[in-house]
Design a protein around this ligand. Structure first.
Ligand SMILES: Cc1cc2nc3c(=O)[nH]c(=O)nc-3n(C[C@H](O)[C@H](O)[C@H](O)COP(=O)(O)OP(=O)(O)OC[C@H]3O[C@@H](n4cnc5c(N)ncnc54)[C@H](O)[C@@H]3O)c2cc1C
Ligand code: FES
Ligand code: FES
Length: 455
């Protein structure tokens, strides 16, 4: 195994060996490279000031271009990737068309948020995203200008080709990535070790040798534990380079999503079968969070308010867990035992999430209730599925210590029975009574539609 990482930035390759588990990209850029165009606002993935553009090669050789939050991006996750920051977009003679449009549309005042917005919009322009400007910039916060000019800037330029000077940089980066290695390294520093195997067998063996290592996928949870919780885990085990953990298979009956697949890639497939989940997807963090964060991490962290598990439970998903060469499968709802307790041994890990394909006549509704539309933590999330034979799967997040099925209501079909399934907490996001009321109303909406269809 190598003892260094290598990535492409500023028109050349950077090889780094002295990388500690908690070293983040933003600090390396601003303090190490003195590239201070990329700003630090919240340092927790929320404000988008630190957004930059990252390119990675997909298994089919295509270049996946996404905006990410550098503040919570561990440097160790960058092996074989290419980075572009606000310093890269303009040529000496002209602004990038997105920058030009932001100026034209008065989308900037103090300018603090501007590099992050530009990065999110340039990434969306390169990727040719199908969604609205609002979705593309939902992960970026502007404290003074307002969003109208920024939205207009993206809408006007979203189909404009990249200017030749920047296109040449993208092509040079792709040529570099074609010859780059991805994973297969161990970084040892006085602050700790980072293990980054490239195949499943090595990952499983390392998990057994180091059950105390913290598994890291996209680090959109773990990154905050480091930057805000000031945790200094001495050992990391990275999923991001393990080819098999990026499996994306589909047959007539199931999707199999490898645990290290980011939401951005899961969504492309899942939403084709379940377009009703589009708003759920668009409100799961931001484009930056969905580019790094994984479905595997969202499930593995066991949070009662994660947005992935209720939908996956409603769809009847199963988890494949691995320990050494042994695998087992379980229904996702059985994985969550109690608050902070999952059915996962210390040397085991999540390998894949297996999601049934849509059946003929299946109905689905998924609704996230939160105080703010974008970038907010769920108060209640209801995900309801009904098969053509009438059987129901009614799952909730935010109603109990774990994501859970409303089994009493599934049997009685009476939304008023919700109090028999759940006794939610009151907290900052919602009171117990509000949670029960809103959950009952969501169920009423779904079950009334069933009765209306039958009438
Ligand atoms: C700004 C922001 C907004 C967010 N918005 C939302 C939101 O709207 N909805 C939501 O649900 N979440 C949200 N999150 C939380 C987070 O993005 C998700 O939980 C995400 O899916 C975590 O995935 P990850 O790959 O980043 O996990 P990581 O942070 O890498 O890991 C999370 C946990 O899972 C464990 N883990 C990861 N992979 C495996 C594996 N294969 N096997 C065993 N354990 C594993 C890790 O050890 C860790 O305990 C947000 C986060 C941020 C920063
Ligand atoms: S500094 Fe706010 S998202 Fe990174
Ligand atoms: S222009 Fe000042 S924060 Fe956006």
């Amino acid at each position: 195994m190598r003892n260094s990482i290598e990535f492409y930035y500023g028109g050349r390759s950077h090889r780094l060996a002295d990388v500690a588990p908690t070293d983040m990209l933003l600090t390396w850029l601003r303090d190490g490279q003195l590239a201070r165009g990329t700003k630090e606002g919240c340092n927790e993935g929320d404000c988008g000031a630190c957004s930059l553009v990252i390119a990675r090669l997909l298994p089919d050789g295509a270049m996946d271009v996404q905006p990410v939050n550098a503040c919570i991006m561990p440097l160790a996750n960058l092996d074989g990737a290419a980075l572009f920051t606000v310093e890269d977009f303009a040529s000496p003679d002209a602004l990038h068309p997105i920058q030009d449009a932001v100026v034209r549309e008065h989308g900037s005042q103090c300018g603090f948020c501007t590099p992050g917005f530009i990065a999110a919009m340039v990434a969306g322009q390169i990727a040719g995203v199908p969604h609205s400007a609002e979705v593309q910039i939902a992960g970026n916060l502007c404290r003074c200008t307002g969003y109208g000019g920024l939205i207009r800037a993206f809408e006007q330029e979203r189909d404009t080709p990249q200017p030749p000077a920047f296109q040449a940089k993208l092509e040079a980066a792709k040529a570099w990535m074609n010859n780059a290695e991805r994973g297969g390294f161990v970084l040892e520093t006085s602050a700790g070790s980072v293990f980054a195997p490239a195949d499943l067998e090595s990952f499983a063996a390392l998990r057994q040798q180091h059950p105390d290592a913290l598994i890291v996928a996209g680090a959109t949870d773990v990154g905050l534990w480091m930057t805000k919780g000031l945790k200094q885990p001495p050992k990391l085990l990275l999923t991001g380079y393990v080819t098999e953990l990026h499996a994306l298979e589909q047959d007539e009956a199931h999707f199999t999503f490898g645990a290290a697949l980011p939401y951005s890639r899961v969504g492309q497939h899942l939403l084709q079968d379940y377009p009703e989940a589009q708003a759920w997807f668009d409100r799961l963090g931001s484009v930056q969070v969905r580019a790094s964060g994984t479905l595997g991490g969202n499930i593995a962290n066991g949070s009662p308010i994660g947005d992935g598990p209720p939908l996956m439970i409603a769809l009847g998903a199963r988890l494949r867990l691995r320990r050494g060469s042994d695998t087992r499968e379980l229904a996702l709802e059985d994985y969550f035992i109690a608050y902070g307790k999952q059915d996962l041994a210390a040397d085991e890990f999540v390998e894949a999430v297996i999601v049934p394909r849509r059946q003929q006549g299946q109905r689905l509704m998924v609704e996230k209730v939160s105080r703010r539309v974008d970038q907010d933590i769920t108060a209640v999330l209801g995900a309801f599925s009904q098969s053509a034979d009438g059987s129901l799967r009614l799952a909730f997040g935010g109603m109990a210590a774990t994501p859970k099925l409303a089994k009493t209501v599934m049997a009685s079909r009476n939304p008023a029975d919700i109090g028999q399934d759940f006794e939610p907490l009151s907290d900052l996001r919602a009171s117990k009574d509000y949670r029960l009321r809103v959950a009952e109303n969501l169920l009423r909406h779904f079950l009334n539609a069933e009765q209306e269809a039958a009438a």
